[in-house]
Design a protein around this ligand. Structure first.
Ligand SMILES: Nc1ncnc2c1ncn2[C@@H]1O[C@H](COP(=O)(O)OP(=O)(O)OP(=O)(O)O)[C@@H](O)[C@H]1O
Length: 279
């Protein structure tokens, strides 16, 4: 479905962000891309949707060579790639429904979108998607009245309204609490299975990646140093990806502070039992 072959990116500054990347992503697979800061994760995702121009190599989505596209060909190809962002990228003053419908901008043309006239089938599908992501009650709310988790659900519905073949997801949980992060990852996973969407998720949280991805690719200094199943990600491999660290130890329990022995009078204890307040 998506095939990267010999992809290299050197920025004009001389930074070599990716070197000779070989990667094939089949339909329906959720792939987590992990690696330290600066490893090249965002650059890889951005090369696929051509927000960044690869210096060399080939990127194919089905039969289309993405690196050769420009103008309308590139716009058409981008419709088949849904993006989900860390900071949600919603328009705050628009409603949830309007934000979701903006996922169709690549299809409806400038004047129709300017006049906010979307085809009926797009509106019906937006309703269905908002129901599916758990926001049917929030359709008319302004985006800035939502919590982070709700905003990310809107971002997911907007990406899916494009009817993409591929989802490119950049740090979807970086601004969310642990429970909401899991809910969002679970939702992305379920939707990918339902729609047979191939997905690349750029993520720092290794535990979340292991729990919700089918496959993990580890990048270090622009090169793939691990490509395997989540259960194959051992401490040694984490060291290869991130560098030396003791991955197995949990934090030492904090020492109890030494306390002066306290003696209570019997009547203090009786009082405490009556009021629930320690003497
Ligand atoms: N626009 C740019 N111009 C020059 N160099 C860049 C640019 N964007 C990224 N780089 C460099 O490319 C390398 C890879 O950066 P990239 O942002 O892709 O890494 P990352 O793994 O996504 O990092 P993070 O996890 O911190 O987001 C780094 O050395 C970075 O400094």
């Amino acid at each position: 479905m998506l095939t990267l072959s010999g992809v290299t990116k050197r920025y004009p500054t001389g930074d070599r962000a990716l070197t000779d990347i070989e990667l094939t992503l089949p339909k329906g697979q959720v792939m987590a891309l992990i690696g330290p800061s600066g490893a090249g994760k965002s650059t890889l995702i951005r090369c696929v949707n051509r927000l960044v121009e690869p210096t060399s190599g080939s990127i194919r989505l089905d039969d289309t060579e993405l690196t050769r596209l420009s103008g309308s060909g590139l716009r058409k190809a981008r419709r088949s790639m849904g993006m989900i962002f860390q900071e949600y990228a919603l328009v705050d003053r628009l409603t949830v429904m309007e934000n979701v419908l903006s996922g169709r901008l690549g299809y409806v043309g400038f004047w129709r979108s300017f006049l906010r006239r979307y085809p009926e089938d797009a509106v019906a599908e937006a309703f269905r998607l908002l129901e599916r992501v758990g926001l049917p009650h929030a359709i008319d709310k302004r985006a800035d009245a939502l919590s982070g988790g709700q905003r990310q659900r809107v971002g997911i519905a907007r990406a899916l309204l494009q009817s993409p073949k591929l989802l490119l997801v950049d740090e979807p949980t970086a601004s969310l609490d642990p429970k909401t992060s899991r809910q969002i990852m679970r939702l992305i996973r379920e939707l990918c299975a339902e729609r047979e969407l191939a997905t690349i998720i750029n993520i720092h949280d290794v535990a979340l990646a292991q729990q919700f991805a089918d496959r993990i690719v580890g990048l270090r200094a622009g090169q793939i140093v691990f490509d395997g199943r989540p259960d194959e990600l051992t401490s040694d491999i984490l060291t290869t990806i991130y560098g030396e660290e003791d991955w197995d130890t949990s934090p030492e329990p904090a020492d109890e502070p030494e306390r002066e022995p306290v003696s209570y009078e019997r009547r203090d204890i009786a009082g405490a039992m009556a009021t629930g307040v320690a003497p």
